[in-house]
Design a protein around this ligand. Structure first.
Ligand code: GLU
Length: 307
């Protein structure tokens, strides 16, 4: 299949939608991003890379980082992790407090904020220090994306620390139920920092290869999780990766994926490739407006969907 031709066609067809929607403004630093940008990359298991638009420009990965922290925690704790965080879609917004109260501080899944904060707490307990935890998260991301200079944008992290009242509330509520081992503010600050990592579409597409290949990165020839864990991570991405619109994403795109409020979406075609699309303006569910359309076009044109 001529993936470059397909990406070029998608770029043309998606142009009228680029900039439609609204950039995330609850993190003031993200509100400054120019909404009229679009990039998309596909990397096949044998390392062929195809890109269009702003695919080399780094952006705030935000919730996409939850895929990386979930992978790390699953490797460390295996099934024990599910005692603290579930794997069911929440059917509520990503920063909802209500469900957490009803369900006694056990978040529904690792991709809503509450779940990701618990996962971050589990990493801090493992490394016994929040700075070493961050270094290890960064090290993991650099390794799987094959780029040693990936970093955190400190302004974005600071901006979220100054305005993240709901996330602080989530962390405190979880702590009150005894489901955080570390100080809630330490957990939430570490979480904000890993959300503030910046990567490009090309780097993020590369970082999905291990999930497309049963846990082993085919280019590095290194296992990052077991085949069963890769299956589970893909399953949670499919059912919980797009906030309240996860069902719609499965319906229209039909691939495991994870979006972030920076406008990025990663997707996995098992046995074939990693994909990333980025366009900062978001639809009403908080997923990239043009990015979601681009992925739907991709699966329509290629027939590559898990269904
Ligand atoms: N750091 C963001 C938050 O917690 C991540 C949100 C997202 O990308 O879904 O609000």
């Amino acid at each position: 299949m001529d993936y470059q031709k397909i990406l070029d066609e998608i770029y043309k067809e998606v142009k009228p939608y680029i900039g439609k929607g609204k950039v995330a403004d609850y993190i003031p630093e993200l509100a400054k991003v120019n909404p009229k940008q679009f990039g998309m990359s596909v990397v096949t298991l044998d390392g062929e890379l195809f890109s269009v638009g702003d695919a080399q420009k780094r952006f705030s990965i935000q919730s996409i980082s939850k895929v990386f922290t979930f992978t790390m925690a699953l490797k460390m704790y295996s099934k024990e992790l599910y005692k603290r965080v579930g794997v069911e879609p929440s059917g509520t917004p990503f920063n909802s407090l209500v469900q957490l109260e009803y369900e006694h501080g056990k978040p529904r899944n690792p991709f809503i904020n509450a779940g990701a904060i618990v996962v971050t707490d589990s990493l801090i307990s493992y490394y016994k220090d929040e700075f070493i935890t961050l270094e290890n998260i960064l090290g993991f991301i650099r390794e799987i994306s094959k780029k040693g200079d990936i970093n955190i944008n400190p302004q974005v992290a600071k901006s979220e620390m100054e305005h993240g009242y709901r996330n602080r509330a989530l962390a405190n509520l979880i702590k009150s139920f005894g489901n955080l081992d570390n100080d809630p503010i330490t957990c939430v600050e570490t979480y904000f920092k890993h959300c503030a990592v910046e990567m490009s579409c090309e780097e993020l597409a590369h970082s999905m290869l291990f999930l497309a290949n049963r846990g082993t990165d085919p280019l590095l020839k290194k296992e990052f999780c077991s085949p069963t864990q890769a299956k589970r991570i893909n399953a949670v991405m499919l059912t919980c990766g797009h906030y309240d619109a996860s069902g719609e994403f499965a319906f229209h795109v039909g691939l495991p994926g994870k979006s972030g409020v920076g406008g990025g979406i990663v997707a996995v075609v098992p046995g074939k490739m990693g994909i990333c699309v980025w366009s900062p303006a978001l639809n009403r569910y908080g997923n990239s407006y043009a990015g979601t359309i681009a992925l739907e076009l991709f699966t329509q044109k290629t027939g590559l969907s898990i269904f």
